[in-house]
Structure formats: C-alpha cells, structure tokens
Design a protein around this ligand. Structure first.
Ligand code: FE2
Ligand code: FE2
Length: 486
C-alpha cells in the first residue's frame, strides 16, 4: 500500500475512534446539562462532524458492538490501553439498553440540536425501563428522528445466517459471563448489586436455547484456562437450562434455573486462593474449607438486592448442588426429604462440566463420553436416574466436542449428533470435522478439515467407512470445539 493510502487508513481509524468518543461524551454530558449548555453544543457539533466526515465515502455510519468489540462502519476498532474504559463504557451502555448499536445517516447534519439531544435523552432514559429496547423503539420513531436507526438483535431463526447464529450464541455467552462476573466483583468490593442484568441476559439466552439447543450444548464446551469458576458457572447454567428444556420447563423456570447455575459457586469468591487454585490434592482441612462454598453461595445470594421472592427461588439449588441423590455429600444434612428438582439438575450439570474441564491440578481429563459412563456408575445413588438418563440422551453417545481418533489415524471433532440414528450402532456414529495440523505459524495448532458422517457405509462392501479407535478430551489438546463448529 502506498504511503498516502496508509495514512488515509490511519486517519479513518482515528476518525472512527473520535466518533465513538464524541458519542460517549455526548451521552454523559446530556445527563447533567441543558440543551443550550456550551459543553453540550460543542460535543454535539463534534459528534455530527465525525459522522458527516465518515459518511462521505461510506454512506450510513453504524456504531455497534459484538462480544467485547466495538465496530464503526463494520470495522473493528482496535483496543488500546487508553480506549479500554471508553469502549467498555459504550458496550455496557448499549448492552443495558438491549440494543446492538445505532446507525446514523448523513442527514444528521440537518438535524436540529434539540432533536439530537432529545434522542440522546431517550437513549439515556431507556436504562430505567423494564424493556428498554421495546420502549426505545416505541419512542424513537423514524418520523421523529429520521437520521438515526436503532440496531436491534433479530432473534428470529430465519433472520439468522449460520455465521450469525454462532456469533449470537457467543455474544449471549459473553453477556451472561459478564453478568456473573459483575455480581461477584461488586460483592467482593462490598457494593450493592442486583439481578436485573443477569436476568435480562438469561432471558435472551433462554430464547436462543429454545430455538437452537444444539448450538448451546456446543457452547457449553467452552473452557477458560485462567478463569475457571465463571466459565464453569455459565456452562453449568447452560447445561441445566438445556436439560430443563428437555423436561418441558417453562421459559420463566428456565431463567430461574439458569440463574441458579450461574450463582451456584458464587461462594468460591470467598475461598482462599491458595486452596482454590492448589495444584494437587487438597488436605482434609483444605477440603473442609472448600465445602463451605455452597453455604457461602447462599449467604452471598441473600446479600443481592432483589425481592425476597426472587431470592427465595434461587437459594435452594445452590445450597443443594453438592448433595447427592441419596442425601450424602455436603453440607451434611439429616433431612429425609428429597432434593429439589433444580438441585438435582444442577448436581448433574455441575459434575459433568467439572470432570470434563482441565484444571491446574488435573491437566488431563476424561473424554465427554467416558465422563458420562463414569457418572452412570453413580445413577440412583449420586444422581437422579430419570434426569441422568435424559441428560445422557441429550448429549449423545459421543457428545459434541469429543475428539475421536479413527483407524486411519486421523482425528476428528464431534460437531453434530448422528442423523436419524435407528439403533445403538448408529447412536455412536456422529458427524465429525477432521482436524489438520496447521502448517502456518498462527496461534492455532489445528485447522478445519473435511466434515464426515461416521454413519456412512461403503456401498460395495456394506461396511462402515470409518472405525472409531478411541475418544479423547479436546480440552487436553487446547482445542475449543466451538472454533470448529459452524
Ligand atoms: Fe460447587
Ligand atoms: Fe460447580
């Protein structure tokens, strides 16, 4: 690229950043100042200038976020130490209003200052509404503000393209994870925190799970190597909600169940780090300390600012999650009544995610199919038999994310359960994506190869084309299955 080309590119990137900066200043200034205030007038001018400038060769200017990234005119802005607070601020701002962003038209240059400010005020006020996006859409109509459009997430399955489907899932995952991190952070800092954000992002996740449960089962294989507790909490929430969907729980109950999953290990934020992250086996005393976390989760949930009813709904399951079906486990109890339904669901999702996740002290873990086999040994004693059966049925013989080695010495990742399987032989023959060693020097060790159906037979011999030799846990090889799933 020529020098002028390069400098133009740098200039445009700067301009995109300036546009976001001006937008952020404007929303903040509008909170405290009147329309005729000098600061407001200046920031509004600056904002309009950047939009008009950017629109010169690209038409409309969109500002939106995806995951933890900001995009202006569909170009990702680079995170720099100086822009972290700004970008995080914008992401949280849109997120709290349940919109993806805004699209501005070049006609903004003709908008009156008061109209522009009126729109910014609507955006600001939306935070206080129960359903901010719906409220905004009703208020900020095109006839009043023709130069701007709210970018909302379209949840309809037919509006989704494949790549979009995964991004939407990943975004929902990130939002849910952030909501539990925020609760934990605030409780640690002894600040007040509520459940509204977590509930809102879970509502969204429940909607998506209703449409596309397989995607969320795949997302639940995401492993965080340095932030185990929160990734685990999200995965337990997802697996619990998927299981809850299988037993026909209502959307409202799924949301509550998801919240139980999200908060079940909250008490671990109070556990001493040296015990929590200890490589190697815990001593009896250390294990006694760790055992306190389910009771601590309950104590911390009580501290959250929410109505008593709402909290009552989510106290029992976190308390019970280490109690077994036969009431052994901890915290020790002399009750004879059975565990709650949510407690029994959490116990299954919790153990499954824990034993398939690599940890500091246990680098090598069971492949998902062997983990299910191991859990089955505890059926009726550790786990509710009916729920465990449904759980195993849901994940399949080789759950998505299992790494399979074939007789040809090729390895593939399970990406989809078998199609129309008619008997046990076919249940064990899912679709896989072959993994090829990456010859480039990228950070990934593998790239996607051919997709094959293990149920496929050779028409000449009538035999299956491929034989599975063994199964492995993808996480042991640093593979995130979701990277290979469409
Ligand atoms: Fe736990
Ligand atoms: Fe757990």
């Amino acid at each position: 690229m020529s020098e002028t080309g390069k400098s133009q590119l740098i200039r445009r990137n700067q301009l995109r950043e300036e546009c976001v900066k001006a937008f952020y200043s404007l929303i903040r200034a509008a909170r405290i100042h009147q329309a005729n205030n000098q600061l407001i007038v200046q920031t509004a001018k600056e904002f309009v200038r950047t939009v008009v400038e950017l629109s010169k060769d690209a038409g409309d200017v969109s500002i939106q976020f995806m995951g933890r990234r900001i995009y202006v005119q569909e170009k990702k802005l680079i995170f720099r130490p100086e822009t972290v607070t700004l970008f995080d601020g914008i992401i949280d701002y849109f997120d709290k209003r349940a919109v993806q962003g805004i699209r501005l038209r070049p006609t903004i240059k003709d908008a009156k200052g008061v109209d522009l400010l009126a729109f910014i005020r609507l955006l600001n006020d939306a935070e206080k509404q129960d359903r901010p996006r719906e409220w905004l859409l009703a208020q900020a109509t095109p006839d009043k503000h023709p130069w701007v459009e709210l970018l909302q997430e379209a949840y309809g399955a037919d509006a989704m393209e494949e790549g979009d489907r995964k991004n939407r899932g990943l975004r929902s995952y990130a939002h849910v994870m952030e909501s539990v991190q925020e609760i934990a952070r605030k409780l640690t800092a002894r600040q007040s925190t509520g459940l509204n954000r977590a509930r809102r992002v879970l509502q969204n996740m429940v909607d998506l799970i209703m449409e596309d449960e397989p995607l969320f089962r795949a997302l639940s294989t995401i492993r965080f190597y340095d932030d185990y507790t929160f990734g685990h909490s999200v995965n337990v929430g997802i697996l619990s909600m998927c299981l809850g969907k299988r037993i026909m729980l209502s959307k409202k109950s799924l949301e509550t169940l998801g919240l139980c999953g999200l908060l079940h290990d909250l008490g671990k934020i109070e556990a001493p780090k040296n015990i929590l992250n200890k490589p190697g086996k815990l001593t009896d005393e250390e294990f006694e300390v760790m055992k306190r976390h389910s009771m601590d989760s309950v104590r911390l949930i009580v501290k959250i600012q929410a109505s008593r009813d709402r909290k009552n709904d989510i106290l029992l399951a976190p308390f019970e999650h280490h109690l077994k079906y036969d009431l052994s486990g901890y915290p020790k109890t002399d009750r004879s009544s059975a565990l709650s339904l949510f407690g029994r669901i959490l116990a299954i999702a919790d153990v499954y995610d824990a034993i398939t996740s690599p940890r500091v002290y246990r680098k090598s873990v069971l492949p998902p199919n062997r983990a299910l086999g191991f859990m089955w040994e505890g059926v009726g004693k550790d786990f509710d038999p009916i729920l465990l059966k449904i759980f195993i049925n849901m994940l399949g013989v080789y759950p998505v994310g299992t790494l399979l080695v074939l007789d040809t010495r090729k390895a593939g990742l399970v990406v989809e359960p078998p199609e129309d399987a008619e008997g046990p032989l076919e249940w064990a023959r899912p679709w896989i994506v072959l993994l090829k060693r990456d010859s480039g020097n990228g950070h990934r060790k593998f790239v996607k190869g051919e997709t094959i159906n293990l149920a496929e037979k050779d028409p000449k011999t009538g035999h299956y084309r491929h034989t599975i030799v063994k199964s492995l846990n993808a996480a042991n090889y640093g593979i995130q299955p979701i990277d290979f799933i469409r």
